[in-house]
Design a protein around this ligand. Structure first.
Ligand SMILES: Cc1ncc(COP(=O)(O)O)c(C=O)c1O
Length: 361
C-alpha cells in the first residue's frame, strides 16, 4: 500500500483563463447584476439543448420550485420522484405545498424506475421529476410514455444521450444546477428551460418582483448575476472538451477495475454516460458487514477522497419502508474522484489506489 500525504479531493471545478477573463470583463463593464451575460447564457443553454429558451435563477433547487409553480402545481397535487436523490427535489415539492410520492430506482443504474413511477400515478399526479443521476440518462423513453408532465432534472447530467436524444430535450420543463461541483459550474446558479414559451413566461414572472404587470405573491428575488452567467458561458463553450475528459478518465478507471470485485457503472443499451460521478458498487460479503466504510477509509489513507454519492435516501428521512434498490445503493455505492481538473499525476495516483484496493480475482 502506498501511503500518501496529499489528499485528492472528491471534486474540484475546472477553471482556467477563459473563466477568469470572462469574470474580469463583467467586473470591468460596471454591470454586475442580471443583465446581458445572463441573457446570453440563457440563449446558449437553450441552443445547446435545442429548446426555445431558458430562465436563469440562483440555484437548481429554486429552478425546481419555479418549474413546479410554472406548471401550476400546488396543494392537493402529487409529484412523483425517486427516493435515491439529494433532498432538493423533495424540498421544492414541499415548498409549493404539493405531496411528494417517492418511488424506488432501477437497481443497476440508480435511475428512477419508470415502471414504479407508472404504478404510483393517481388522479392527483401532476408531474414526474426525473433526475438523471451521476451523468447517465434516466429511461426517458419509458418515462415520456406515462402521459404525465415530465420535469427533467439535469443538475448532474448534460450532454448524455438516450435513444439518440439529448437529456434535457424531452420533458416539458428541464432544470439545471450550476453549483460549484457540477459538470458546468458557475459557483451557484440554476436554470429552467423549455420549448413552451408560455411556461417560460410563467417561470420568468416568478424570478423577480419588479416590472411585473400584476403582483404575484410567489414571485421573489431569484436572479442570477452577470458574474455567474459569465462563468457559466465560458464553461458552456468548454463543455464538449470537459465531458470528453470525463469519458476518457472513466475508460481508464474501467480498465483498472475490470475483473475485480468492484461492480462497474452500468450503461444500458441506447444510453450514453458522461460520468459526472464514477460510481462503483462494493458487494457486501457478509450479512451486516460494512464493506463501504472500510473502502472509504482505506482509499482516504491512500490520499483519495471518495464519497457515498447520496447522503441518505428520502424514504429513510421520512421513515418509509419498501425501497430495496435505494437501500442497496446506500449500502454499496461509492463515488471515486473523476473530473477534468484532475492532473495526470492525480489520476495516476487514483489508479494505483484503486488497483491496491480492488485486486483482480
Ligand atoms: C439531482 C439534483 N437536483 C437538484 C439539485 C439542486 O441544485 P442546487 O444545489 O443548485 O440547488 C442538485 C444539487 O446538487 C441535484 O444533485
Amino acid at each position: 500500500m502506498t501511503i500518501t500525504t496529499t489528499m485528492i479531493p472528491h471534486s474540484r471545478p475546472s477553471i482556467d483563463q477563459r473563466e477568469i477573463r470572462a469574470v474580469t470583463n463583467v467586473l470591468q463593464s460596471g454591470h454586475l447584476a442580471q443583465g446581458a451575460a445572463v441573457e446570453r447564457f440563457e440563449r446558449g443553454m437553450a441552443t445547446y439543448l435545442g429548446l426555445a429558451g431558458g430562465v436563469a435563477v440562483n440555484s437548481g433547487t429554486m429552478a425546481l420550485e419555479v418549474a413546479l409553480r410554472a406548471l401550476g402545481i400546488g396543494p392537493g397535487d402529487e409529484v412523483i420522484l425517486p427516493s435515491y436523490v439529494c433532498a432538493a427535489p423533495w424540498q421544492a415539492v414541499q415548498r409549493v405545498g404539493a405531496q411528494a410520492c417517492l418511488v424506488d430506482i432501477e437497481p443497476e443504474t440508480f435511475q428512477i424506475d419508470a415502471e414504479l413511477a407508472r404504478a404510483a400515478i393517481t388522479s392527483k399526479t401532476r408531474a414526474i421529476i426525473a433526475p438523471h443521476l451521476f451523468g447517465l440518462p434516466a429511461d426517458l423513453t419509458a418515462l415520456a410514455q406515462l402521459g404525465v408532465p415530465l420535469i427533467e432534472d439535469c443538475a448532474q447530467t448534460l450532454g448524455a444521450m438516450e435513444q439518440g436524444r439529448s437529456v434535457g430535450s424531452v420533458g416539458v420543463l428541464t432544470v439545471c444546477s450550476f453549483y460549484a461541483n457540477k459538470l458546468l459550474c458557475a459557483g451557484e446558479g440554476g436554470m429552467v428551460l423549455s420549448r413552451d414559451s408560455e411556461l417560460l413566461e410563467r417561470a420568468r414572472a416568478l424570478r423577480e418582483y419588479d416590472s411585473a404587470p400584476s403582483l404575484i405573491p410567489q414571485a421573489t428575488n431569484l436572479k442570477m448575476t452577470d458574474l455567474q452567467a459569465a462563468i457559466g458561458l465560458a464553461q458552456l463553450n468548454r463543455l464538449p472538451e470537459l465531458l470528453e475528459r470525463r469519458v476518457s478518465l472513466a475508460r481508464e478507471y474501467r480498465e483498472a477495475l475490470a475483473g475485480t470485485s468492484a461492480i462497474l457503472p452500468a450503461v444500458p443499451a441506447g444510453r450514453s454516460h458522461v460520468y459526472y460521478r464514477f460510481i462503483i458498487r462494493i458487494p457486501q460479503t457478509e450479512l451486516g458487514s460494512d464493506e463501504l466504510s472500510g473502502c472509504l477509509e482505506r482509499m482516504e489513507r491512500q490520499g483519495v477522497q471518495c464519497r457515498k454519492p447520496v447522503f441518505r435516501s428520502l424514504h429513510r428521512y421520512l421513515g418509509f419502508d419498501g425501497f430495496p434498490a435505494s437501500e442497496a445503493a446506500e449500502r454499496e455505492a461509492l463515488s471515486l474522484p473523476l473530473y477534468p481538473a484532475l492532473a495526470d499525476e492525480e489520476a495516476a495516483q487514483i489508479l494505483i489506489a484503486m488497483r491496491d484496493e480492488w485486486r483482480r480475482e
